[in-house]
Design a protein around this ligand. Structure first.
Ligand code: NFS
Ligand code: SF4
Length: 633
């Protein structure tokens, strides 16, 4: 049988899913083979009703133009631009949701919410220019929420969350190339307009528009993280666990799945409050909350809730026979979940009006009655638990420790233990002296086209050998956690000597009596801007731009449109950005050239598309060395 995953718990459960007649993502992938070559290369257009139109990629006998006259370059660029618009819309919706929660709090309409992190609240208010003198938290929250919501529509001034968070040089560059989005939603609307029939046909111009849109994505993501930290607390280092073995036989297992912490935070609180009810229902362990996907990462970062699994293997949690309920919000949730759940007793509970699924139970969540809604949801889990068949429970006995909670603020705090007056100095010194070759941010999804986790694990091992400091988010963090790589032991085993020395010194300074983990878990996917903020702080301190720093990014198993927009803003910020799965652009050599070469000339950042992880590591190390040479180190 084909190898699907290198994660042992996934491997065990794939067989269990098969035995339970659950049709998994891997079987559905097989049933899609062979996938359409026009789609794979980006040469198919359905942007009007005259289509679909397809371009012959070999230029031999087939058409070279769509019915309207669009050529390969136009069609490929338009397709990619729409991916980026969709990714941006997703992150922006997440950010707006948090802004609405903050607004409701300010109006007294969200009694279960409050300002959890006063320091971050003040820091953000000061950064975005809201005067705080004599105003109450509720008044200030209202002002901040309004300022945040204003970011989304078209305005004359540049988005505040862009202008105040990137280097001045980068901002000037964006202005020079017309890359400042007029508004975070309006840039998505503009992209949809530009890419419909008969508007923008100049591939390079479309790509510039797509980059502008992705810069809007960056600002929306930054905003989302700021507001999450204010409402729910800025993460600090915390120990958690990973793998499907975190499910418990003697507890009511509830997975929080999706992306936004607005609901899951309340579930965490209510699960503790309702412990006796769970025990009375026959579960001596009470509720056992676990995370799936980025909602899981949010509660892992702030509460040490274990991560069970992530996007690609979400169906496998059901196949354990021990998952009593999955509570989902939005994004990366497979519509297949309710059908898989029907083979067992699991309740799938949708909570958002924009994200329902046939076969699921819908309990509409709102901030006004958050606690009551969370209780209602947990009672559905209790009822489902009563139907659990103990004979069918199959929890793989695999659990790894994983350190999480390493926000940008936490990184600075750890560095300040070494040098309180100048926290960035130890990091800079170690980059200059070569102990650390550079920094790499691991992001993005698992993709069914890759043996699950294989690219992540292979690439990170190559890079740490070369003393590259690793930050990770989202499903990359999930993957590393599953393989025991977010631990001091992994540092001992895999880090090159320079990196090991630095992580050991920092770990000791932090009182761990052991090195920091091999990769620093900086948050969920929407938190990728935490890493960007560290890079910006370094650049500002050195008086250079991010595009000069030895910093790279990678999404070795990228799957979602959101990953494409994140990769594009990483390029816009100036980072060499690796992707391990070939995106649908190869039908246009011009688009490929712009993304992998021209971008470097214009912005400093560029895409490295490389499915072979050994080669990818070499290319990334070469990019880091090129940057170091540019800085004369
Ligand atoms: Ni980001 Fe990847 Fe989804 Fe989170 Fe995972 S699939 S694009 S990491 S869960 S968003
Ligand atoms: Fe075909 Fe042009 Fe319509 Fe696309 S926009 S489907 S290429 S006619």
């Amino acid at each position: 049988m084909k190898q699907r995953s290198i994660s042992p718990d996934s491997v065990l459960l794939i067989d269990a899913a098969k035995a339970a007649h659950i049709n998994t993502v891997w079987e559905r992938y097989d049933s899609q083979q062979p996938q359409c070559g026009f789609g794979e290369t980006g040469l198919c257009c359905r942007h009007c009703l005259q289509g679909p139109c397809r371009i012959d990629p070999f230029g031999l006998t087939g058409p070279q133009f769509g019915i309207c006259g669009a050529d390969a370059d136009t069609i490929v660029a338009r397709g990619l631009a729409r991916n980026i618009a969709a990714g941006t819309a997703s992150h922006s919706a997440h950010a707006k949701h948090l802004a609405h929660t903050l607004l409701k709090y300010s109006r007294g309409q969200a009694p279960d919410y409050g300002i959890k992190d006063q320091t971050k609240f003040y820091a953000v208010l000061d950064r975005v220019g809201i005067h705080r003198d004599g105003k109450s938290n509720q008044e200030l929250a209202g002002e901040l929420a309004h300022l945040a919501l204003d970011e989304f529509s078209e305005r004359e001034a540049p988005p505040v969350w862009l202008k105040t968070t990137i280097t001045p040089q980068r901002f000037e560059k964006f202005e020079k190339f017309g890359l400042i989005p007029e508004g975070l939603d309006s840039t998505v609307a503009e992209m949809m307009h530009r890419t419909t029939n008969g508007v923008d046909a100049d591939a390079v111009n479309i790509l510039l528009g797509a980059i502008k849109c992705a810069i809007g994505d960056y600002a929306g993501m930054y905003l989302a993280t700021d507001l999450s930290d204010i409402l729910f607390g800025t993460p600090t280092p915390i120990m958690a666990r990973a793998n499907l073995g975190v499910l418990k036989q003697d507890a009511i297992n509830v997975a929080v799945h999706g992306h936004n912490p607005v609901l899951s935070e309340i579930i965490v609180a209510q699960a503790m409050a309702m412990r006796d009810e769970a025990i009375a229902a026959g579960a001596p362990g009470g509720f056992n909350l676990v995370g799936i996907c980025c909602t899981g990462m949010e509660v892992m970062m702030r509460h040490g809730i274990p991560t069970a699994t992530n996007s690609l293997s979400q169906e496998l949690a059901i196949a354990t026979g021990a998952l009593d309920a999955a509570v989902v919000d939005y994004q990366c949730i497979m519509p297949s979940l309710p059908w898989a759940a029907k083979k067992f007793h699991t309740a799938i509970i949708t909570t958002m009006s924009i994200a329902k699924m046939p076969g699921a139970t819908h309990i509409e969540f709102d901030e006004k009655n958050a606690a009551a809604k969370a209780q209602e949801i947990l009672r559905v889990a209790i009822e489902a638990f009563k139907k659990r068949d103990p004979a069918r429970v199959n929890i793989p006995p695999i659990v790894n420790d994983a350190m999480a909670g390493i926000s940008a603020e936490a990184v600075i705090k750890i560095l300040a233990l070494v040098n309180p007056d100048d926290p960035l100095k130890p990091l800079i010194d170690n980059i200059v002296n070569g102990n650390i070759l550079g920094v790499c941010l691991f992001a993005g999804c698992n993709d069914v086209k890759v043996v699950q986790d294989q690219n992540f694990v292979e690439l990170v091992k190559e890079l740490v050998k070369e003393n590259v400091l690793i930050l990770c988010t989202g499903c990359a963090s999930g993957s590393f956690a599953r393989h025991g790589l977010l631990t001091p032991a992994a540092t001992e085993k895999y880090a090159g000597p320079g990196l090991k020395a630095v992580l050991t010194a920092l770990g000791n300074a932090a009182g761990l009596n052991a090195p920091l983990p091999l990769a620093l878990h900086t948050g969920s996917c929407v938190d990728n801007t935490r890493a960007a903020s560290i890079a910006t702080a370094l650049a500002n301190k050195l008086g250079v731009d991010v595009s000069q720093l030895p910093v790279v990014a990678t999404a070795p198993e990228a799957a979602m449109e959101k990953a494409i927009s994140i990769g594009t803003w990483a390029v816009a910020l100036g980072l060499p950005t690796h992707v391990g799965v070939v995106p649908p652009v190869t039908g246009s050599p011009l688009v490929v050239k712009v993304l992998t070469e021209t971008a470097k000339e214009l912005l400093g950042g560029y895409f490295i598309v490389e499915p072979d992880m050994k080669v990818a590591a070499q290319k990334m190390v070469a990019a880091l060395k090129e940057r170091r040479a540019g800085l004369g180190i």
